[in-house]
Design a binder for this molecule. Structure first.
Ligand SMILES: N[C@@H](CCC[C@H](N)C(=O)O)C(=O)O
Length: 306
């Protein structure tokens, strides 16, 4: 499902003025999509930064009450802190586990605030592991579809020993059997990138059948995001990702950054177009912001909180 027609529902406008003066809690949850990835996004306000930490349970209950009707990959909470006048962003996977980063979720969040006229095209979020910069580049259909660039940061490469200690022997052997090159990268969340010479989507199917659903394999809990990457040239590649806390996912922004970082171990490549099952993501390295990825984001629905 790479592209969708822009929806026609009316969007309830929310301004910073509204959030600041009349209510600290917007009464809607927004459904947004990017390259097939879907997100429920809630916007709230807080007086002080430390209040963010006491929100978790009520926020998750609210997300799950909407999730029963609108299945998504992640939940995203946007918190405007009045005292500092800054936007904070927090992510959860749909199994309720928290995520330290979410590239496509950040893209949709920036688009939403732009659409709601709570921000201009450039945006800085305080994320779980530091600042996330975004730039909304182009708006279509009354801004309901935009290209958004997310600056995900520098990330870091980690030793594969860490993977070997965390996963079963069977899984480790499988990765080494099919991988012509393997790398582990951290962008807040951990990504194993396995370069393969076959269709990445079929690798995800194999993984699901033999490692996730198989009772023989004792290492069933999700810890890593796992991407299979097949490239015919260093200009574009096919990729499919198994997302921690979600399963097979149509696309993943942070995996795109991790893939470029691992590919640069093989060749001096600094940008590439990655074709996910849900659509393309352009990823590049820039010295100022580190790994940046650009793709389209769509506003879908405005849901009243039950
Ligand atoms: N799809 C996301 C990654 C979300 C986080 C991941 N599931 C985790 O928990 O590590 C992206 O676009 O980056």
């Amino acid at each position: 499902m790479p592209h969708r027609d822009p929806p026609l529902e009316d969007l309830t406008a929310l301004s910073l003025f509204f959030l600041d003066k009349f209510s600290l809690d917007c009464k809607n949850i927004y459904l947004m999509r990017s390259q097939g990835n879907s997100f429920l996004i809630r916007v709230i306000g807080c007086e002080y930064q430390n209040e963010i930490f006491s929100l978790t349970q009520s926020v998750l209950e609210c997300f799950f009450s909407v999730y029963t009707k609108h299945l998504v990959d992640q939940f995203v909470l946007l918190i405007y802190v009045k005292h500092s006048e800054r936007w904070n962003i927090r992510f959860w996977n749909c199994d309720g586990s928290s995520a330290k980063a979410c590239g496509n979720g950040t893209r949709c969040a920036a688009h939403l605030l732009y659409l709601l006229e709570c921000s201009g095209s450039e945006m800085v979020f305080d994320g779980p592991i530091g600042e996330l910069n975004t730039c909304v580049e182009k708006g279509e259909f009354e801004k309901k579809s935009c290209f958004v660039d997310v600056r995900q940061g520098k990330g870091r490469k980690l030793s594969l020993d860490f993977v070997r200690k965390k996963i079963s022997k069977k899984k480790w052997e499988y990765f080494n059997r099919i991988g012509t090159h393997i790398g582990l990268v951290e962008f807040g969340n951990f990504h194993i990138i396995i370069v393969v010479d076959r269709d990445p989507v079929s690798c995800i199917e194999f993984y699901r059948k033999h490692f996730f659903e198989s009772l023989e394999d004792c290492d069933c809990q999700d810890f890593f995001n796992i991407s299979y990457l097949n490239f015919s040239s260093f200009r574009n590649a096919n990729i499919a990702t198994w997302e921690r806390g979600v399963g097979p996912t149509p696309a993943c922004g942070s995996a795109a950054c991790a893939a470029l970082m691992v590919l640069s171990e093989i060749s001096p490549v600094s940008k590439i177009l990655l074709n996910f099952p849900g659509g393309p993501i352009w990823v590049r390295y820039c010295p100022k912001f580190g790994y940046c990825h650009k793709a389209q984001s769509f506003y879908d629905l405005d849901i009243s909180i039950p």
